[in-house]
Design a protein around this ligand. Sequence first.
Ligand code: NAD
Ligand code: DAU
Length: 344
Amino acid sequence: MKILVTGGAGFIGSNFIFYMLDQHPDYDIVCLDALTYAGNLETLEHVMDNDNFKFIKGDIRDRDFIFDLFKKENFDMVVNFAAESHVDRSIKDPGVFLETNILGTQVLMAACREYGIKRFHQVSTDEVYGDLPLDKPDLMFTEETSITTSSPYSASKASADLLVEAYHRTFNLPVTISRCSNNYGPYQFPEKLIPLMISKALAEEELPVYGKGENVRDWLYVKDHCEAIDLILHKGQQGEVYNIGGHNERSNLEVVKTILNELDKPESLITFVEDRAGHDLRYAIDPTKISEELDWEPTILFDQGIKKTIKWYLDNEEWWQNILSGEYQDYYQKMYGDKQGDKR
Ligand code: NAD
Ligand code: DAU
């Protein structure tokens, strides 16, 4: 089995590669990543020498490059993590979100059609369902919830999902889609809430909480997400959507206070700043379908997972300090110079 993992130098994609190499030592995993600001080759350093792993630098928007790659590699499956993923950046500069998240996905599916594939899996998000009110805790997103987006990011992810469904219906492409809640864990880029707040707390800098900090997210430890995608690839039904989440809702203020408490830092570091435009109030996933049909359950509760995550950031300070200093962006150049294509 040869699997193409796009966006594998990012947070969830890299964790997925580690998970798959560990769970399926007989599979070949090829990582394709454009190494945007969010891609970090240092993250993949410890698997670079694995004979079952190959890294290729490339852009999913580049049709000729993608078609050549598919022709050469003969992939069995594609798992598409590659995306612009940060809501705040999509508010500042939406264009690239449309190009990568929508057009890039279409290029990949066109290559899948041309060269054949057993499965194209699209990694989507609960943000395509819009948001839920804070005062109705029983309401949750199911796979039947209508698509209603708030940010250019979520609109681009929803557009990609619709295209994936269209490729299934019109061209019979064997697809699956997963829609997951907020992930946290090792190797998350420190622009996202949890790693940002850990790094700020350690530096004893102000922790910027948007609005009143009352917005709620449904946190999922990244390894549980990886396990769910593995199950969908092997047991999921073509053409189906699976929600992934684990009933771990917390307000942003609760999350930030927990981090400060774990690091023994004062709550006076919390600073309330201007709210995000169009800020979604609450996300909450109903995972009944994946739980009943594929027997998936999250294994790590938030109170456990946040401790593991903080410990990881404490033990791996060099990894995120290199990001904050910008040094990680020199890594590829230092290691590979101007060489293009396969890196082993
Ligand atoms: P990330 O920003 O950490 O990583 C994205 C990766 O994609 C980076 O390595 C980047 O270099 C690469 N990339 C960007 N544009 C590319 C292009 N044009 N061609 C090739 N590679 C490109 O993102 P993440 O948090 O790991 O999210 C991965 C996927 O999961 C995304 O599709 C995102 O929408 C989805 N998702 C994320 C979360 C979350 O909480 N982080 C939750 C649900 C779904
Ligand atoms: O729900 C899944 C989504 O989760 C994914 O699709 C996205 O790719 C991923 O980035 C994430 O989106 P969010 O917008 O929920 O994540 P973020 O970490 O940016 O913010 C989490 C919450 O914290 C949100 O309510 C905004 C708030 N926040 C964020 C930052 C960066 C703050 O209060 N202060 C901050 O500085």
